[in-house]
Write a protein that binds this ligand. Structure first.
Ligand code: NAD
Ligand code: IPM
Ligand code: MN
Length: 379
């Protein structure tokens, strides 16, 4: 029997609601694999940890995370901790840093044609959109030296070449995976990485561009590198999202945060967007990771069963794929989600939460995914 250790950190507001659904899905996967035991340990993080321990994450939780094979994360923060020092959000940053989970993969994908209706973008422009933002997750302005006074605040936005280099290897690996699975007519001969920076303004941006260019020339000749200023990239993503199709968007921590929420705008809801914060290169064996939706704790809808659990469930699928190399199970979870969301005309169940125009509760979506998944894993 193989034991895989998972630390469950549900967090605040909708975190525990969406986590409950992901854990039901994990049960179904476990039932289908008598040779695997998911050993789960749950703990607290964020605002609820501030309330209990006076800090957003304790050393004991960080140590548990280090001792686990993967961390499944919900969401943290909320208005009740406004002004808290340290913030609930800093608990997540400490966790990413402690695990050196430097590569944050944030896929932006219109999963099925009928979901174009959720997007504010014209259907012909958005249908078939699929790219992955690869966000640097342990450096830049988030982790540079900070100074805070009543009338002054600063964050040192600093990058070193080795941080850009290791992310470039991940971006190239992601681009290769996307290129290999793309319909042949939709891609050229080489996988593509788009690097987004502000080399026209920031010294750290010029380092980003130099280091990225050098490592692609030196080590990654099989992947085409394109540079784009991050501000115009944001505009192009909305105006013409398919310009980036089947490619990896290689970018720094701050720009990656913003560009991945823009992905939510393209799709029409953050409720569908998963992410994986990895401590290694995808496709090169299993690596440790934190699996977390792109969205936050959604305090505006929490406590009412209105949250869409799909971002958390798809984050779980990423965990199965990248930390446990359970590709078949990961793909089955994704297939089950598609079936639950798809229209009845397309053979789906059309069970959707309010952010997608539906009436289903969070738990109804979770239950439906489990039911479909059970059938898929039995087959
Ligand atoms: P948010 O992502 O929580 O919400 C933005 C909008 O998207 C809201 O209208 C919300 O209702 C909606 N939304 C988010 N998740 C949804 C879901 N699963 N289903 C349906 N709708 C969903 O962003 P915010 O309101 O700016 O931030 C709220 C709090 O979350 C803040 O404290 C912020 O710092 C924190 N935050 C945490 C994380 C994290 O835990 N990883 C990420 C982002 C923001
Ligand atoms: C995200 C969030 C986090 C970030 C916060 C909560 C620390 O916005 O995961 O996108 O800024 O990275
Ligand atoms: Mn964010």
């Amino acid at each position: 029997m193989k034991t895989l250790k998972i630390l469950i950190l549900s967090g605040d507001h909708v975190g525990p609601e969406i986590m409950a659904e992901a854990l039901k899905v994990l049960d179904v996967v476990e039932d289908s694999r008598p040779d695997i035991k998911f050993q789960r340990d749950a703990d607290i993080v964020g605002g609820c940890s501030i309330d209990k321990h006076g800090k957003p994450i304790t050393e004991a939780v960080l140590e548990k995370a280090v001792a686990s094979d993967a961390v499944l994360f919900g969401s943290i923060g909320g208005p009740e901790w406004a002004g808290a020092d340290p913030t609930p959000e800093s608990g997540l940053l400490q966790l990413r840093h402690r695990l050196d989970a430097f590569a944050n993969l944030r896929p932006c994908e219109i999963l099925i044609p009928s979901l174009v209706d959720a997007s504010p973008i014209k259907p012909e422009l958005v249908a078939g959109t699929k790219f992955i933002v690869v966000r640097e997750n342990c450096g830049g302005a988030y982790f540079g030296e900070k100074h805070e006074e009543t009338d002054k605040g600063s964050d040192l936005w600093i990058y070193e070449r080795r941080e850009v280099d290791r992310l470039a290897r991940v971006s190239a690996a992601v681009a290769r995976i996307l290129h290999a699975s793309a319909p042949k007519g939709e891609v050229g001969n080489k996988p593509v990485v788009w690097s987004a920076d502000k080399a026209n303004v920031l010294a750290s941006g010029r380092l980003w561009r130099r280091a990225t260019t050098d490592i692609f020339e030196r080590e990654i000749p099989d992947v085409e590198l394109r540079h784009q200023l991050a501000d115009s990239m944001a505009m192009l993503m909305v105006k013409e999202p398919k310009r980036f199709n089947h490619s990896a968007v290689h970018t720094d921590n701050t720009f990656g945060d913003v560009l991945s929420d823009i992905s939510g705008g393209i799709i029409g809801t953050l409720g569908l967007l998963p992410s994986a914060s990895l401590a290694g290169v995808p496709g090169e064996g299993s690596c440790k990771g934190i699996y977390e939706p792109v969205h936050g704790s959604a305090p505006d809808i929490s406590g009412k069963g209105l949250a869409n659990p799909v971002a958390e469930i798809l984050s779980l699928a990423m965990m199965l794929r990248y930390s446990f190399t359970l590709e078949k199970e990961a793909a089955a979870v994704e297939q089950a989600v598609v079936k639950v969301l798809d229209t009845k005309e397309n053979g789906g169940l059309e069970i959707r939460t309010g952010d997608l125009g539906g009436k289903a509760k969070c738990s109804e979506v979770g239950d439906a995914v489990c039911e479909v998944l059970r059938g898929l894993l039995k087959a």
